[in-house]
Design a protein around this ligand. Structure first.
Ligand code: F6R
Length: 239
């Protein structure tokens, strides 16, 4: 694991340079993308670089980590809506090449098809991750199997609490999500995880300094051959 500790602003700028490098080397690369508060600054950097003509997404295919079960792409809290709003609507990507797991009428068997689609596209070149307060990556909550592929998950109370800020009340937060599995994520050729804030500090300390433990899903990234972690001082405060 490569660890970079800097301000939130600089982390976004440095990570954006990794995207620039990849997009220039491989214009038809496959990106694994994330939602949540964490990637927002990075997406702003990518939009600015795209608008300045420094990078292009014209040939890119993207696969998002997860989606809430029961929300259509029109729902303002769906992850499809988030991606359109925060990135896709502002860059030259072909929307037909953007993929977010389908959260409607979904079961594990249908969800696992997402892995097949990723594989058929050539596999993910660069997977972006945030981390949950409980160490989750995507919505792979503590205890998720190492060999899991895209599947339906029941969100933990801690994740429901963390995500209620986007909804009117905790009762409105969907209880389930469909998300890439640990195996899907680990198959990516390169991984960038970003973590900001004190509420991520305990999880990041365990993920980086602890033993590899299925109860801290982010710790499994220690096994990945090319994983870079960008974190601010607060997220690094318990290392
Ligand atoms: C989002 C995702 C989640 C978030 C994590 C952190 O697609 O898969 O794992 O990355 O819950 O969320 P934020 O960034 O809102 O703190």
């Amino acid at each position: 694991m490569k660890i970079i500790i800097d301000t939130k602003e600089n982390c976004a700028k440095l990570a954006a340079q990794e995207y620039k490098k990849l997009l220039n080397e491989k214009p038809d690369c496959i990106l694994g993308l994330a939602t949540g508060s964490t990637p927002e600054d990075l997406y702003k950097e990518l939009i600015a670089m795209n608008n300045a003509g420094e990078i292009s997404f014209k040939q890119v295919k993207s696969y998002n980590l997860d989606e809430y079960v029961g929300l259509t792409g029109e729902h303002p809290q769906s992850y499809r809506f988030f991606m359109d709003d925060k990135l896709f609507n502002h860059v030259d990507i072909d929307k037909n090449n953007t993929h977010v797991p389908n959260g409607i009428d979904i079961d594990d068997e249908k969800a696992a098809q997402y892995d097949k689609e990723i594989e058929a596209a050539g596999g993910i070149d660069l997977q972006l991750l945030g981390v949950g307060n409980n160490g989750h990556i995507a919505f792979n909550e503590p205890g998720t199997a190492l060999d899991s592929v895209t599947h339906v998950v029941k969100l933990t109370q801690s994740t429901l609490e963390a995500n209620k800020r986007f909804f009117d009340s905790i009762d409105d937060v969907p209880t389930h999500a469909v998300c890439m599995g640990i195996k899907t994520i680990m198959n990516a050729r390169k991984i960038i995880l970003m973590a900001y804030g004190k509420n991520k500090a305990a999880a990041m300390a365990k993920a980086i300094n602890g033993k590899i433990d299925l109860n801290v899903p982010a710790s499994i990234l220690q096994l990945h051959p090319d994983c870079t972690i960008y974190m601010d001082q607060d997220a690094a405060s318990e290392l």
